[in-house]
Design a protein around this ligand. Structure first.
Ligand SMILES: [Zn+2]
Length: 497
């Protein structure tokens, strides 16, 4: 059990937790967003970060170390005074510069010692951020190097500074899993899923989802997971549902520099905005026209402040959704705002079996909001549960009223399929579903009927449905008699009405 991280609430793969950071003597509530601070280019003063809700930030120890003046000040004053921030501080190692420029003039032992010396609370070794789509031999080779660096990092005396154990493996989910298992077996503390930035820059949220799901299979459930470089609020809900606990945002400042305005649905250009679709202090006190007329530095700062506000607001919304048990409803709403977040959500649903394990058995309500809802972990779990039920004799599965002409009369409801009436008030069968169900919902229900019939060969089943589409009924095996309640008269097994 890793004693730096405690999980307080869970929903799907998402969790609200406490990350204890001993060196800073603070407890950070997760999911947490770490604003990225470039000590040479301060866009928003870190002393003001608590106005936005930031309890932890990230800065780059390699940039500091390379600059003699900064390095001297950091050694003398300590990182917290240098940046004017008294929350927790995580430092990166220069791995990003390594991936951008091909070489750096430090190594794991030296940079960890430096991070410790300047007072970092969470340090990072020099791992190899393997980009997406490289050939497998390179991904394996670089992963071996990263793993050696983690083992070196274990041996460095860093006092009570926590240390990151990055999980690499490029776009190979099985390598991500192997990397996760190796990192988890070290005595390092926090687990960044690395090299996701190139994927996120190209909005490849499906590949991000597969990489995270792979890493999560290797890591223990009690491992705090950081999605390195994930700073756009449009994907926070998805990333949390995948099981990420920490995010860092350089986007708030980088986008502001280019007059880009973040929203939970995507990015807007300041030039295109007539109205600010946001109620943060910046957006309520200014019009887009006001902001456009400002000098560059003032405009950049205001946009960066809005970008932080919208990001932290979304993070609070995500945390509340985890506590309420409706995180997947939020993911689904976000997914349907952008085709690429939809790709990401669909990739998560491809792993519904994996995420079913951490999903609470009971929540407030299940809202069926789109065809994707038919693939949620709860639907899968209900189908699994059908194997453990005991239908006997002639069993009617009906969308209509109870009928006495059978040994037993169960309900059947898309997308879940059949269930005994006694379970009617049990989550998720209390789901709110649309009056006009989609084909995927009927198909999921028909698969449930097929599963029930397959698991219980000694019982005889009749399905009485409200005109399900033919391609859904194709999933129902021939041994299940079907009746359309819209057309057929429901009779008892002996023929009487
Ligand atoms: Zn705003």
């Amino acid at each position: 059990m890793r004693d730096v991280f405690e999980i307080r609430a869970q929903d799907a793969g998402g969790r609200v937790g406490d990350l204890h950071v001993p060196r800073a003597d603070v407890t950070v509530e997760t999911p947490a967003l770490l604003p990225v601070v470039n000590p040479n280019v301060i866009t928003v003063d870190p002393a003001r970060f608590d106005e936005f809700g930031a309890e932890i930030l990230i800065t780059n120890s390699y940039i500091i170390k390379r600059d003699d003046d900064l390095a001297a000040r950091a050694r003398e004053e300590g990182l917290h005074d240098l940046l004017g921030f008294d929350g927790a501080i995580m430092t990166d190692s220069g791995s990003f510069q390594l991936s951008e420029y091909g070489e750096i003039d430090t190594d794991t032992e030296e940079i960890l010692a430096f991070q410790h010396e300047i007072g970092s609370d969470i340090g990072t070794p020099v791992d190899i951020p393997t980009p997406p789509d490289v050939d497998r031999a390179r991904a394996e080779d670089e992963l071996r190097t990263t793993q050696e660096r983690l083992e070196l990092a274990e041996a460095v005396d860093v006092g009570d500074m926590l240390v990151n154990a990055p999980v690499q493996g490029s776009t190979y989910p099985d390598l991500r899993e192997e990397a996760g298992a190796h990192a988890y077996a070290t005595d390092l503390d926090v687990f960044p899923v690395g090299a996701a930035v190139p994927m996120m820059n190209d909005y490849r949220y499906d590949d991000v989802a597969r990489a995270v799901a792979g890493a999560k299979r290797g890591l223990g459930a009690d491992a705090p997971v950081h999605l390195f470089g994930a700073g756009h609020p449009m994907m926070f809900a998805l990333a949390v549902a995948l099981g990420c606990d920490l995010f860092d945002s350089a986007a708030y400042a980088l986008y502001a520099r280019d007059d880009r305005y973040l929203t939970v649905h995507g990015t807007e250009q300041l030039a295109d905005l007539h109205h600010f679709p946001c109620s943060c202090p910046i957006c309520t006190e200014h019009t887009p026209e006001d902001v456009r007329r400002m000098p560059d530095a003032a405009r950049e700062e205001l946009l960066a402040e809005h970008n932080l506000h919208v990001s932290f607001t979304e993070l609070r919304r995500v945390k509340q959704a985890v506590r309420d048990g409706d995180l997947l409803e939020l993911v689904e709403a976000r997914a349907h705002a952008h085709p690429r977040t939809l790709d990401g959500y669909r990739a998560l649903l491809d792993h519904a079996g994996q995420y079913e394990a951490s999903d609470p058995a009971s929540k407030d309500a299940f809202f069926y909001a789109s065809a994707e809802s038919a693939r949620r972990p709860e639907v899968l779990r209900h189908r699994e549960r059908l194997a453990r039920l005991s239908p006997e004799g002639r069993v009617l599965l009906t969308e209509g009223p109870r009928h006495d002409g059978y040994d037993d009369c169960w309900r059947v409801t898309p997308p879940f399929g059949p269930y005994p009436r006694a379970l009617s008030e049990v989550y998720p069968l209390t789901a709110e579903t649309p009056v006009n169900m989609d084909r995927e919902g009927y198909e999921a229900a028909a698969k449930g009927v097929a599963r029930l019939a397959g698991e219980h060969p000694d019982a005889a089943f009749t399905l009485a449905h409200e005109s399900w589409p033919a391609d859904a009924l194709d999933y129902v095996p021939p041994r299940v008699e079907t009746l359309d309640l819209g057309e057929d008269l429901l009779t008892g097994p002996d023929g009487e009405a």
